[in-house]
Design a protein around this ligand. Sequence first.
Ligand code: ADP
Ligand code: MG
Length: 227
Amino acid sequence: IHAEMTRLERLNLVGQMAASIGHEIRNPMTAVRGYLQLLGAKPEFQSHRSTFGTLISELDRANAIISEFLSLAKNTSTQRECQNINDILRNLYPLLEADTFTQNKQIVFKAGETPDIPLNAKEISQLVLNLCRNGLEAMEERGTLTIRTYTEDGQVVLSVQDEGTGIPTEYLDKLGTPFFTTKENGTGLGLATCYGIADRHNARLDVESDPNGTTFFVRFPGLATNH
Ligand code: ADP
Ligand code: MG
């Protein structure tokens, strides 16, 4: 039998490579950032303050990209265990709320009745976190982010709804393409990670969006079809 790599194996390999490269790149970057901060604070560079600021924030952006890659790497080889999605969400909730602490935004969790299904808690947490961060970022001033779980046609559904500005139709096709971002400090890896996680759970990730907000749906296969 031809030993072709599966999609998952390729993703694993990419993840492992990203992890080692990521760690190696981070160390010199930390050093550069430190020296930039030191230099930028000197009186003779007073007139270049904003340039130093830009350099540092670009370094931080590169660092954020590496972080997302690292979390991708960590999650690829882990196992799924039969459990309730609501338990995962309840554990994650304090972390999500912390994201809204200084803002006029709130997160509401409406837990419906759902059967236990095979889930990787770390990956599902990462997926929800990524969707929620996007939702919060899409709401400029204020708004409510609603997380729901329910059962529909035998499928466990998780939805994350925001009251943001929506996704322009021309961007819908690009969602999940690595590095696609419309944000100045975005990495464009959040949704790519989400699609990967959904894929590994045999789940579908769908989006509905209009100028009043966006809802992402994750539909897990029903128990009868999920082995
Ligand atoms: P990032 O958040 O770093 O930009 P993502 O992969 O998480 O990368 O998202 C990619 C792009 O998809 C975002 O830049 C944004 O344009 C769009 N997007 C994702 N989620 C939402 C949302 N809830 N509302 C509006 N736009 C969104
Ligand atoms: Mg994001």
